[in-house]
Design a protein around this ligand. Structure first.
Ligand code: G
Ligand code: G
Ligand code: MN
Ligand code: NA
Length: 254
């Protein structure tokens, strides 16, 4: 089956599933956040990770349908569970670079938040450097509208691309997510550890709230804590789980 058809069917046929992973605050002053991660269910029941279908979706110009679905699904779930929504600071939603170029994407986002009565401040949009590169003006327009409503933004996979620093300077993001490729082995690799430290120093100097992804062990968590990185996300604290499961965990357990 063609990817285009497959993605269209997945959207229409209820085959997209939301997983979520916690961003764990490293100080008491900050609250819990979650990132939603989309998966696609095959006919056989297996789940395909986004890396296996999002690039194709972007090439075929249908990634924005996935992003719209994710935005609406998060809003619907949160409107059905205000207690959960109240228990977290915000939910992070990844947006494909190609979505910003879609007509009405900004309007759709605002309309959906409004329709489900979700305070915009409960959503943090994650943008990758590649997303920003191809659509800088459109990203700026989107960010302007949503920030005005109270949403925040995160620069995702920071350090992985060629122009990370140029984009960090140009984009008004509150959160900076240190690319997992540096964090993953920081406990054993001195060069990786030095990179994470340097990125967190720059982030702090620019007033960003830092998030380290792919935190896989306690030693990395301790190092990040010592560096003052505000949030840790990764297998060491929480694996991505179905959003419905994450939402059913009580405050105490989290
Ligand atoms: O879950 P996994 O590690 O396979 O995710 C791979 C990448 O896909 C992540 O880096 C994330 O940025 C991206 N991604 C996950 N969910 C979504 C989504 O709902 N929309 C978009 N555009 N990207 C997503
Ligand atoms: O948007 P982003 O690229 O950050 O998406 C994170 C992806 O990384 C998710 O698909 C998730 O399944 C995966 N992931 C989450 N935590 C870890 C981790 O600790 N280690 C590794 N290797 N992958 C992780
Ligand atoms: Mn992300
Ligand atoms: Na990332």
């Amino acid at each position: 089956m063609e990817w285009l058809e497959r993605i269209n069917l997945a959207i229409k046929g209820d085959q997209l599933v939301l997983y979520a992973q916690q961003l764990v605050p490293q100080t008491d002053a900050l609250g819990m956040r979650i990132e939603v991660l989309v998966r696609m269910r095959t006919e056989g029941g297996d789940l395909i990770p986004p890396g296996a279908f999002l690039p194709a979706a972007e090439r075929f110009g249908v990634a924005h349908f996935i992003d719209r679905w994710v935005i609406e699904e998060v809003c619907r779930k949160f409107s059905e569970s205000p207690a959960f929504m109240g228990s977290i600071d915000a939910c992070h939603i990844n947006i494909s670079g190609t979505s910003f170029g879609e007509k009405d994407f900004t309007k759709f986002t605002l309309k959906t938040l409004n329709q489900y009565a979700i305070p915009a401040k409960k959503i943090c949009f994650e943008i990758t450097e590649t997303a920003a590169i191809s659509n800088l003006k459109l990203v700026h327009d989107y960010m302007g509208c949503l920030r005005e409503q109270g949403s925040s933004f995160a620069l995702d996979d920071f350090g992985a691309g060629l122009s990370s620093f140029a984009y960090l300077k140009q984009l008004p993001v509150e959160y900076l997510k240190i690319d997992g490729s540096f964090v993953k082995n920081m406990a054993t690799d001195d060069a990786d550890c030095a990179m994470v430290r340097a990125i967190s120093d720059i982030g702090r100097a620019l007033g960003k709230i830092m998030v380290a992804e792919f935190v896989e062990d306690q030693k990395s968590l301790d190092l990040l804590s010592e560096m003052g990185v505000e949030y840790a996300q990764g297998y060491h604290t929480h694996r991505p789980e179905p959003l419905v499961d994450v939402m059913s965990i009580s405050n105490n357990e989290r």
